[in-house]
Structures are given as C-alpha cells and as structure tokens.
Design a binder for this molecule. Structure first.
Ligand code: 2P0
Length: 329
C-alpha cells in the first residue's frame, strides 16, 4: 500500500481568479496554463494499520499543525471514495523554489492525489485524478497533464464537469519561461484570501468576468496556430487585468513591488527593441517572462542586468504526472 508520484508545477497564462464554490474549489472562469519542466514535487504515500493519524514529512522534516490538517482533509476525501479509513505517512520532496513565487500547492496536491489514490487501490483515470487534485488546490488540477493545459470551469454544482484537459503536448511547441526571482519582501495577502476578497468586494471583478472568456478562447486559438505574438499579448494583458481587480478590493491590496514594475518596464523595452517577450505575474511580486527559445539568452542577460533581480531560472514546457518505483522515496 505504498505509491510514489511526481508532478510538475504550472504557470497560468489565463489566470484562475475567483471561486464559485470554496469547498469544492470550483472556479469562476475557464483558465489555461503551461506545465513546467524544472520544478516538481515527488510524494510517497503509504497507508498503515498502526497509525493513529496522518503523518506529513516535507523535505525530510515532520510538519504538523495547519499544513498536516490540510493533508488530512484532502486524504479524507480519498479515503471516503475508497471506503477505507487507514491513516497514511506522506513524504514529500519539493523541487519548487517557493521564493520564486511558484505555487508548490499545484505540484504538491497533484503528486499527493496521484500517490494517494494509487496507494489506497483506487483505479482512477486522469480526468478523475484532475478532479481530485482540484479539491486540494485549484491549480493542482492542471498539473496532472504536461504541456499546455486548460481547466474547464464546468457548470455543475457538484463539480463533476470541472477538470483539466490537455490542449497541446510539451514537445509540440517549445517556448521559454524565465522565472525572475526578485529581491523582495514577503507576500502579505495569500492567493486564496486575495481571490476571495476580490470576488466579494472589488467592483472591477465584474470586468474580469466579462472579458476573461474571450482571453481564454483567443489564447487557445493562438496556441493552436503556434502564434507566439498573439499568445504573448493576451497572457500579459490577462495578468494585468487580474491584478487590476485587487486594487478595487476592500481593503485594497496589490501584489506588485517596485522591483516587479522594473521588470515589467524592461520587458516592454525589450519589445520596443524587437524582442518578443511578455510578462505574467501571480499572487506575489515575482515575474515570469515568456519568450521564444531563440530570444531566451538575450532576455536572460537583460534581466540579469537589473540590480533588483536576484536570480533567473529558465524553464520550458514539462511533463504531466508520473509514477516512480515505491523505493524512490
Ligand atoms: C493561477 N493562482 O491560475 C492563479 C493565478 C494565483 C494567481 O492558482 O485556493 O493556490 O488553493 O485553489 O491554486 C493560486 O491559487 O488557490 C493560483 P486555491 P491556488 O495559477
């Protein structure tokens, strides 16, 4: 009853921003991401007869409190689906630089969903796995698949039609995603809290909902045509729009810091100089720059010139979920 799975993190090109159901993690809008090659979580799950509670070991250290409670709530859903009540030992190794503003929750819950379902003996397909992972953290449902992935929001109140679907494989269109780590302060508003406050209080949220479906459809079309310029313009505009909604929240908040804006300005300058590079930003100050592989080196060097930039990590589209031998962790 032990299984080990590996899942890669992802970066949204069209953002998941707002929930229509907080318990089931159902999103307000369709959204779309690229799974990344460099950053992943490996998780081993073993159910034991003798355990009195779940144990969670992250990067070699026992974790308790809120983090373990989250894991237990998630495993409860899997236990109830399997009709079993055994507790588990969960061991995770994160290869995700949290300082770079990547949500380790995406790869974390995707790997946990895959390892736990397998260890408990559930035979689930990827679509079901995506629905299960979604209930740990929304963006985790996209990390089941590699390459370009959409998360279809669905209409049903039970979430039965809200899951991720692959659009294009990781080898079918190479783009470069440069993750820019800034010299920054800790983030003040967590993404879960930020999206909730925005949905509930921001007058700009309705503008987000009015336009995000068009962004989503245009991005899908640009991907199908491998039209980099079109995709770049849409993803940058979509990120700006998401961040604009936070300024209207009550109380208002913003994820950007001065270093964030310096990088945004540099990217816009690069475009004026003829290099197609576009930025996106999640619920934190760090920036990801998307460009074509032919421009990767030039963009990397320009970013490294900025004194506010601590490091730049270069990624490409990566694979979906995989299972490792039970001896792997
Ligand atoms: C995304 N973000 O699409 C969006 C864009 C942040 C900004 O998914 O509450 O940690 O666990 O479902 O997945 C981060 O939010 O939120 C996120 P929960 P999550 O990637």
């Amino acid at each position: 009853m032990k299984a080990v799975a590996k899942a890669h993190t992802n970066i949204a090109l069209i953002k998941y921003w707002g929930k229509r159901d907080e318990q089931l993690f159902l999103p307000m809008n369709n959204n779309l991401s690229i799974t990344l090659d460099k950053f992943y979580t490996t998780t081993a799950v073993q159910f034991h007869e003798h355990l009195q509670e779940d144990h969670f070991i992250l990067n070699g250290e026992y974790v308790d409190g809120d983090e373990t409670a989250k894991i237990t709530r998630f495993l409860d859903k899997i236990r109830s689906r399997a009709g079993k009540s055994l507790f588990a030992e969960v061991k995770s190794e994160n290869q995700v630089p949290t300082a770079a503003g990547f949500a380790s929750s995406a790869s974390g819950f995707a790997a946990l969903a895959a390892a736990a379902t397998k260890a408990i003996g559930l035979d689930v397909d990827d679509r079901t796995l995506s629905q299960i992972a979604r209930q740990g953290s929304g963006s985790a449902c996209r990390s089941i698949y590699g390459g370009y992935v959409e998360w279809q929001k669905g209409e049903q109140s039970d979430g039965s039609d809200s899951y991720a679907k692959p659009i294009l494989g990781e080898k079918d269109w190479d783009v470069s995603i440069l993750s820019v780590m800034l010299v920054s302060k800790k983030k003040k508003v967590l993404s879960r809290e930020g999206m909730k406050r925005t949905v509930e209080t921001s007058p700009f949220y309705s503008g987000w909902l009015e336009t995000v479906e068009t962004d989503f459809l245009d991005a899908k079309e640009a991907i199908s045509k491998r039209d980099f310029e079109a995709l770049g313009s849409i993803l940058e505009a979509n990120a700006l729009k998401m961040h604009a909604t936070t300024l209207g929240a009550n109380p208002p908040f913003m994820y950007w810091q001065s270093a964030t804006i310096e990088v945004m300005e540099l990217v816009q300058e690069l475009r004026l100089a003829g290099i197609q590079a576009y930025f996106t930003i999640d619920a934190g100050p760090n920036v990801k720059v998307v460009c074509q592989p032919k421009d990767e080196q030039a963009v990397y060097e320009a970013l490294k010139e900025l004194s506010v930039v601590q490091d730049v990590l270069v990624c490409h589209p990566g694979p979906g979920i995989s299972y490792l031998p039970s001896t792997a962790l």
